[in-house]
Design a protein around this ligand. Structure first.
Ligand code: ASP
Ligand code: MG
Length: 412
């Protein structure tokens, strides 16, 4: 029997009624002839509540116990979904991560899946079971402790199962009906995409479009898992949602596919650092050791052996970054005149595989921003992405103007 993976996010299993509705979709796919692996999230809000309980009990918590607690939300929904399916006379049972087992690294709260042996579940399918309901987001470490995969991790569980079982497709059911050209809350002309390339989705996911966990897209790209994002609230339609797929399958000829943003950024500038071999390593090693996620980096042309070095990071990490720099200076590893933080910036990016082959995209983006009177503070580019750092108060305006200028409301 062909295998289908269906993942239901927190809003799709938020109540018993919704679990019943999700179960009907599962039943339909069973009737279509699939052996189904269902991956469930915790009921929406549950994981946040569990994280809150952990932090209240123990501010400097033991990450192993954090995982023991926060993984439990998924156990509840897995059991409830299996029960609901049984009530519908569909042979189903639940599996917690360790029972499969979903083998992960020991990096608690951010574990990576290393292996999912298929034998146990395959055996059950062979015995007549139709649906394996698996608790998402969790696994077991080499030491035998429960692990979790980082927030949003059940997407990654779903893709990993699809890869391990050679599933025909991995359907991600959520509360939006697909991937949009930008956030519809900011731009009401945002359009749902029928297809998006893995690489584009990866850029959008890591740029803050919260539809899929970034890691899940990486895995899908590596193992060529057909990934579909669709709403569990709309009527059943075999062509619903957005297909995340190989770029060869995409016929759209547009240069830009989407506009992404990230609101809570900060720009930090080290003023007058000595320009010598090893200076970048001396600056960025302590930042990385302090857990600062540096994104954009710009080093100015130096004058008389000194230069300014600018980088961006999430605004919440500014205190950590400042401390790391001060400590490095105190140790004599770096020396600078001042460290200036601009905490009122946002990042806006355009993404598209068509940018590889079409010239003039950067010029057009800068022109649009200039016309709106928006000053660009930092620019970075990759093959399929162009990002700018701007004042946060202009973020919405920039997203709208770019969406308009690149005609993203129109298909084609
Ligand atoms: N329940 C977990 C979270 O809220 C995992 C997930 O839903 O993907 O992050
Ligand atoms: Mg999610």
């Amino acid at each position: 029997m062909p295998v289908l993976v269906m993942k239901f996010g927190g809003t799709s299993v938020a109540t018993l009624d919704r679990i019943a509705r999700a179960s009907k979709r599962v039943a339909r796919e069973v009737a279509n002839g699939y052996d189904v692996i269902v991956i469930v999230s915790a009921m929406s809000g549950k994981t946040n509540e569990l994280v809150g309980w952990v932090e209240e009990t123990s501010p400097l918590y033991d990450a192993r116990e954090y995982d023991a607690v926060v993984s439990s939300g998924e156990n509840v929904t897995a059991g409830l979904m299996a029960l609901r399916l049984q009530e519908m006379d569909i042979p189903a049972r639940s599996w917690q991560g360790w029972q499969v087992p979903v083998k992960t690294t020991a990096a608690h709260a951010a574990a990576r899946i290393e292996e999912i042996p298929a034998a146990n579940i395959v055996q059950k399918f062979a015995e007549g079971m139709k649906v394996a309901v698996v608790a998402g987001f969790q696994g077991v470490s080499p030491e035998g402790r429960i692990t979790t995969l980082g927030r949003g991790g059940s997407d990654t569980t779903a893709v990993a199962f699809a890869a391990a079982f050679g599933a025909e497709r991995c359907d991600i059911y959520t509360d939006v009906n697909g991937v949009y050209t930008t956030d519809p809350r900011i731009e009401d002309k945002a359009r749902k995409l029928d297809k998006i390339a893995f690489e584009e989705m990866l850029e959008l996911a890591s740029l803050g479009a919260k539809v899929l966990q970034t890691r899940s897209v990486e895995l899908a790209m590596r193992y060529k898992v057909k990934l579909r994002v669709l709403s569990s609230f709309e009527e059943y339609d075999p062509n619903a949602g957005t297909l995340v797929c190989d770029e060869e399958e995409i016929v759209e000829s547009k240069a830009v596919s989407g506009v992404a943003y990230s609101r809570d950024e900060a720009k930090m500038t080290l003023i007058s650092v000595a320009d010598r071999p090893g200076i970048a390593a001396a600056v960025f090693t302590p930042l990385s050791e302090a857990g600062v996620n540096v994104d954009m980096i710009v080093q100015n042309i130096s004058e008389e052996g000194r230069t300014d070095m600018t980088f961006s990071c999430p605004v919440g990490q500014v205190p950590r970054a400042e401390k790391a720099m001060q400590e490095a200076r105190a140790k004599g590893e770096i020396n600078y005149h001042d460290l200036v933080a601009d905490t009122d910036v946002a990042k806006v990016s355009i993404v598209g595989i068509g940018m590889r082959s079409q010239a003039g995209i950067a010029a057009k983006m800068f022109h649009v921003l200039a016309r709106e009177g928006i000053n660009i503070k930092v620019i970075t580019t990759s093959e399929i992405k162009l990002s700018v750092l701007i004042d946060r108060k202009y973020m919405e305006l920039a997203v709208q103007a770019l969406h308009d200028a690149f005609e993203l409301e129109k298909a084609g």
